[in-house]
Design a protein around this ligand. Structure first.
Ligand code: NDP
Ligand code: HSE
Length: 430
């Protein structure tokens, strides 16, 4: 039966994502009403700059006092699309204190404080949904949390940051410079307010923490995720990757240990073969591989950033939360019962591509090979190119522990014949 009293929504933030949420709520009002079983009404919009012109939004709804909006007593659901830690965290707590369920796109906050926020929501019998926080429009959080709840996920590997994928794709396919590609991604609304979060891997690490927690039913915080950004990736790395039949992507990789007793979570640039499906993920698209025991390999693919795609995920959550509200129910909360510890990067086993600048004289190759052997790292291929008494040596290893590789590189740096370590990159997806 259709309820006539509308469910009232407070929109906290009306920027790239929030403005699209407001637009879709208005243009799709009839469909949303039919799908929810009650009308949804945009009851207030909290922003920082009230005088900014916001197309399609009734100026009477605009306020700079988000707290007062949540406290006024008639709000059913709050959509938090402000971003960052504060005031977003305080506002979500205020919402819960006032019986308001929350939809958020804020991965930074959820990766840092997700457990505490879930605890407060659960205690209050309220919903906390955040599909948009990971991989933009792609349905991923709910499929992993609900559709795969009966399976056992062992590995997740994906591209979860649109901005860096856009930059790496442009560098690879057009030879564009890093800054030029970043400026374009920012203009398109993909980058965070401070793009450092994107290019240094913090945004992907936050998403990795959220996904690892859901995948392995344990608590993984941002600090548990090993992180390397992509600012050091050079044209020479792309040339080297091409010679190996690879490209370079910023990957988030989450793994359950072979003995099932721990997990690892990491974000770093990596070479992947051109034949791998992730290699053909272009522009700001995201894609995530999930390997589950019974389901096998699943791939989720789609737009990972941008106003409208992200708003799609927010609206999906809004419909779910409103339906729960009408049914006087709540959706699934946090599941962290396995309490698996998160191992350090040293325990990760993978392959490496190491590029060295060395002296081009007899015995150097043997010295380098011995150093690898002494640390238990087995070499797969070596390529050397010499010029004027100097040479560039590219070593690709078999699978080795990250700790062993780190030890190898430290020892290589101490060799007189090694002038420098030009780059170290992991090789994944083979
Ligand atoms: P924007 O910077 O474009 O928008 C932020 C909004 O919050 C603005 O409307 C701003 O107001 C408002 N705001 C800032 N401070 C306050 C405050 N103290 N009180 C009230 N309102 C405030 O960010 P995005 O829309 O890009 O991102 C929002 C969230 O969505 C972030 O958590 C982000 O990580 C996440 N996200 C973003 C995606 C994207 O592609 N952009 C994709 C997936 C998730 P004003 O307009 O007046 O400046
Ligand atoms: N800045 C983020 C990205 C937005 O580029 O992926 C989507 O979370």
């Amino acid at each position: 039966m259709m309820r006539t009293r509308p469910l009232k929504v407070a929109l906290l933030g009306c920027g790239v994502v929030g403005s699209e949420v407001a637009r879709i709520m208005t243009t799709h009002a009839e469909d949303l009403t039919a799908r929810i079983g009650a009308p949804v009404e945009l009851a207030g919009v909290a922003v920082r700059r009230p005088s900014k012109v916001r197309e399609g939004i009734d100026p009477a709804l605009i306020t700079t006092d988000a707290t007062a909006l949540l406290k006024r007593g008639d709000i059913d659901v709050a959509i938090e699309v402000i971003g960052g830690i504060e005031p977003a965290r305080a506002l979500i707590h205020t919402a819960f204190e006032h019986g308001i369920s929350v939809v958020s796109a804020n991965k930074a906050l959820l990766a840092q404080d997700g457990a505490a926020l879930h605890a407060v929501a659960d205690a209050a019998g309220l919903d906390l949904y955040y599909e948009a926080a990971v991989a933009g429009a792609i349905p991923l959080v709910r499929p992993m949390r609900e559709s795969l709840a009966g399976d056992k996920i062992n590995r997740v590997m994906g591209i979860v940051n649109g901005t860096t994928n856009f930059i790496l794709d442009k560098m690879d396919s057009t030879g564009a410079g890093y800054q030029e590609a970043l400026d374009e991604a920012t203009a398109l609304g993909y980058a965070e307010a401070d793009p450092t979060a994107d290019v240094e891997g913090y945004d992907a690490a936050a998403k990795a923490a959220i996904l690892a927690g859901i995948a392995f039913h344990t608590r993984v915080r941002l600090d548990d995720v090993y992180r390397e950004g992509m600012t050091e990736v050079s044209a020479a790395d792309f040339a080297s990757a091409k010679r190996m039949g690879c490209t370079i992507k910023l990957l988030a990789i989450l793994e359950r240990a072979a003995d099932g007793q721990s997990v690892t979570a990491r974000v770093h640039p990596a070479m992947i073969p051109l034949s791998h499906p992730l290699a053909s993920v272009r522009e700001a698209y995201n894609a995530v591989f999930v390997e589950a025991e019974a389901a096998g390999r699943l791939m989720f693919y789609g737009p990972g950033a941008g106003g409208a795609p992200t708003a799609s995920a927010v609206l999906g959550d809004l419909v779910a939360v409103c339906r729960n509200k009408l049914a006087e129910a709540t959706g699934p909360g946090e599941s962290a019962y396995t309490q698996l510890p998160v191992s350090t990067m040293g325990d990760v086993v993978t392959r490496y591509h190491i590029s060295l600048d060395v002296a081009d004289k007899p015995g150097v190759l043997a010295q380098v090979a011995t150093t690898f052997a002494e640390h238990g790292v087995s070499i797969d291929t070596v390529r050397q190119q010499g010029k004027d008494g100097e040479a560039s040596l590219v070593v690709v290893t078999h699978r080795a522990h990250d700790a062993a590789l780190t030890g190898t590189v430290e020892a290589l740096r101490k060799l007189d014949t090694v002038r420098g370590v030009a780059s170290i990159m992991r090789v994944e997806g083979e």
